[in-house]
Design a protein around this ligand. Structure first.
Ligand code: MV4
Length: 502
């Protein structure tokens, strides 16, 4: 049994894990790189040890050093957070071999889900639907793939078996492009992952990215905590997540949840994990991959289920039974998370580095901020650009959106450019408000400027009212819009509507 945990990570997620440990009465050990000497996770932990220079390979990826520090400090368990060493089965194994506990899944599950072709074959055998494509876990040669391609159908996607998260994918529109793109994809995969193996999947268009949170303990209990909608992303970087998904009803949630549990059980899964699905317009869904770690967006699930996922991870790692059965899990209300990044939404989301100046975060009812920075902290180019995660809960999706709008208005960050204006535009977007978006929305349909024109469309404004006040008559909502003066902003409208009707 352990009472001291080493957190092998930095930033907001290290702080998040330290908080869970403290509430459970456990001591914490932080590790840090040179520029992170005065970071928040270092200040919050009971002890902290330096790993090395800024580059991750010299610091946060030094599994050997981290294990040594755990042994030296008497931490009997290591929580990897997300990124860095979180999904490295060799690290998880090394932790176990050192007689320590890895707070996460077994190395075998990380490895099985880490190879995307093995993952596909494994969950298929368990009866979980995958996107039509190549089958089996063996390595396929170009000629095999060229022979199989017509039966998969075009357009299709070449994906790296060692990939994931959208890295190293190639769209193929027709058979004649395939040989050339196979060569390019293999070269890229070889360079990025040291493994040039690829597989094929039919390309699904207009799909949403919906993922299911899983928890599994040592007693063989596997439960799901419902879904998260993660379609709002740009270049495979998620920008906003919500729970539940506007596209999922109770019946679909039940189906996806049961199949997600099957996928997890197929690799004898332990601890917290996430099953990613693509969901199409006709409510068909397909397994994409499993993330064998705690995720950035876990708070939206925590807000609607009132389950502390990190504490549950620690309980599970201690060999305890989960505190919840599937019947205990209920979703209440709606939660939205905006990732506040140090980047310029008016300049192609260019990262903005520098010292955080004066900053004041929103507070008040239903607002949660997870952050790893503070005024005076230097945002360096070495790590990701996440300043904080702003999470708002509301009784309805409408209340969550209005609360997020309010919170974004309150938020002040000086010193670096942030994507807060982007999120404010999203909160104004009729498609977002109506819940009518897919994974291509931000890149193909959304622009900071076009927003203004879009706002003039009365049908869309009617959709806003209908969504925000779903408990009222849609007709009533659209009448208010038709009576309207054209030059009044949507949000003034909503204010007026509030005064008239509440
Ligand atoms: C796909 C797809 C369409 N069809 N696979 C990107 C992340 C990785 N997990 C898999 N991804 C995709 N796989 C098929 N067969 C579209 C994507 C995709 C995507 C998925 C989730 C969230 C955002 C995305 C953005 C672009 C493409």
């Amino acid at each position: 049994m352990f009472n001291k945990v080493l957190i092998a990570n930095r930033g907001e997620i290290a702080v998040r894990i330290i908080r869970a440990c403290r509430e459970l009465g456990m001591s914490t050990v932080a590790v840090f790189s040179e520029p992170d000497r005065s970071a928040l996770h270092v200040r919050y932990a009971d002890e902290a040890y330096e790993l090395g220079p800024a580059p991750a390979r010299d610091s946060y990826l030094r599994g050997d050093k981290i294990i040594d520090i755990a042994k030296k400090s008497g931490a009997k368990a290591i929580h990897p957070g997300y990124g860095f060493l979180a999904e490295r089965d060799d690290f998880a194994l090394a932790v176990e071999d050192a007689g320590l506990i890895f707070i996460g899944p077994r190395p075998s599950a990380i490895a099985a889900m880490g190879d995307k072709a093995v993952a596909r074959a494994t969950v298929t055998a368990a009866g979980v639907p995958v996107v039509p494509g190549t089958e089996g876990e063996g390595d396929l040669r170009d000629q095999d793939l060229i022979d199989i391609a017509p039966s998969v159908g075009f357009p299709l996607l070449i994906k790296a078996t060692a990939g994931g998260g959208g890295k190293g994918m190639r769209e193929v529109l027709s058979a004649d492009e395939l040989p050339m793109l196979l060569t390019a994809a293999r070269r890229e995969a070889e360079a990025a992952f040291g493994d040039g193996n690829v597989y094929l999947e039919k390309l699904l268009l207009n799909a949403r990215h919906v993922e299911i949170q899983i928890l599994a303990d040592n007693d063989g209990n596997t439960i799901h905590l419902g879904e998260r909608e993660c379609s709002l992303q740009r270049r495979h970087q998620k920008l906003l997540e919500e729970a539940p998904s506007p596209a999922v009803n109770g019946e679909l949630r039940l189906k996806m949840g049961e199949l997600a549990k099957k996928a997890a059980k197929a690799v004898d899964y332990l601890n917290a994990g996430t099953i990613e699905f693509l969901l199409d317009k006709d409510q068909n869904f397909y397994f994409l991959e499993m993330n064998t770690r705690l995720q950035v967006e876990h708070p939206v699930t925590e807000m609607v289920t009132v389950i502390d996922i990190v504490k549950e991870q620690i309980r599970i790692a201690r060999g305890r039974k989960m505190r919840y059965t599937q019947d205990d899990v209920q979703m209440k209300g709606w939660a939205i998370e905006c990732r506040i990044n140090a980047e310029d939404p008016y300049n192609n989301f260019m990262p903005s580095t520098g010292r955080i100046g004066l900053s004041v975060g929103p507070t008040g009812p239903g607002v949660r901020i997870d952050t790893g920075v503070y005024p005076g902290f230097e945002i360096s180019p070495y790590y990701d650009s996440l300043i904080s995660k702003l999470i708002c809960w509301g009784e309805t999706r409408g209340e969550a959106i209005l609360r997020m709008r309010r919170a974004l208005e309150e938020y002040r960050i000086l010193g670096v450019k942030t994507n807060i204006p982007f999120h404010q535009n999203i909160m104004d977007s009729h498609r977002f408000i109506a819940g009518a978006f897919d994974t291509r929305f931000v890149e193909e349909r959304f622009s900071m400027d076009e927003m203004e024109e879009d706002k003039e469309d009365l049908h869309h404004i009617a959709a806003i009212f209908a969504t925000l006040y779903a408990h009222r008559q849609t007709q009533e909502a659209s009448q208010i819009v038709r009576r309207g003066e054209r030059d009044t902003s949507n949000w003034k409208w909503i204010g007026r509507w509030e005064r008239l009707h509440r």
